[in-house]
Design a protein around this ligand. Structure first.
Ligand SMILES: CC(C)(COP(=O)(O)OP(=O)(O)OC[C@H]1O[C@@H](n2cnc3c(N)ncnc32)[C@H](O)[C@@H]1OP(=O)(O)O)[C@@H](O)C(=O)NCCC(=O)NCCS
Length: 184
């Protein structure tokens, strides 16, 4: 499969939003929900800031179509949503291989989304690693979370790439794993 990976620019925003809302919790089909969904309802202005301020939107293109995205950004960017503010407030509740995680030495990866037409074909690993390599220039550690009911995402992130579960937490009646890794 010929897959092109790139850091998204503003002209990609509309197409990323179309992919996003196919798998966002409020608009996903009931049938697709069992393979995971994304909670946050991103807007054009969120993605514009993510691109312009963070260079943090990564996309995979196949046959001129965006088939996957991964977002990565500073904690300062994510704090506009209460869930991430909660994560920042509790960033010091766990370590990664005895390394302290701070808002300066770590960033938050995710959400990630792979269109169902290309799932299970290595696109997930490619977009994950592309995002990691780009963010490694800026941060030694990556932190993320996975809703415990999203077993597909948990399997992908713990078996297909090397993320470690460093803690668990609940927020808004949802149960999450907290995961992290070195970027190098
Ligand atoms: C999560 C996601 C990025 C993973 O990418 P993917 O291409 O589907 O991942 P893969 O298929 O390579 O790996 C998932 C593994 O879990 C397995 N799996 C699939 N459904 C599963 C389920 N319901 N429970 C447990 N494991 C499951 C798959 O079989 C696969 O393992 P295998 O290759 O050994 O058979 C993708 O499914 C997706 O975009 N889902 C919708 C959005 C989402 O949930 N994003 C993550 C939350 S932010």
């Amino acid at each position: 499969m010929s897959l092109k990976l790139k850091v998204a620019t503003l002209e990609n925003v509309a197409e990323v939003l179309t992919l996003h809302y196919k798998y966002q919790v409020d608009s996903i089909s009931e049938q697709d929900k069992q393979d995971g969904f994304i909670t946050t309802a991103f807007t054009e202005s969120h993605l514009t800031r993510l691109i312009e301020d963070e260079n943090g939107l990564f996309i995979a293109i196949k046959n001129d179509k965006i088939v996957a995205y991964a977002m990565s950004a500073s904690w300062q960017f994510w704090c506009q949503w209460p869930m991430f503010q909660y994560m920042v407030d509790n960033l010091d509740d766990s370590t990664l291989n005895q390394n302290r995680l701070t808002i300066d030495n770590s960033y938050q990866y995710g959400p990630v989304c792979v269109d169902k037409s290309v799932r299970g074909q290595g696109v997930f690993e490619e977009i994950f690693n592309f995002s990691l390599q780009n963010m490694a220039k800026r941060y030694p550690f990556m932190v993320t979370f996975i809703n415990k009911i999203n077993t597909r995402s948990y399997q992908a992130h713990t078996r297909k790439v090397q993320l470690n579960v460093i803690n668990e937490f609940s927020f808004n009646n949802n149960q999450y794993f907290k995961l992290a890794c070195n970027t190098h």
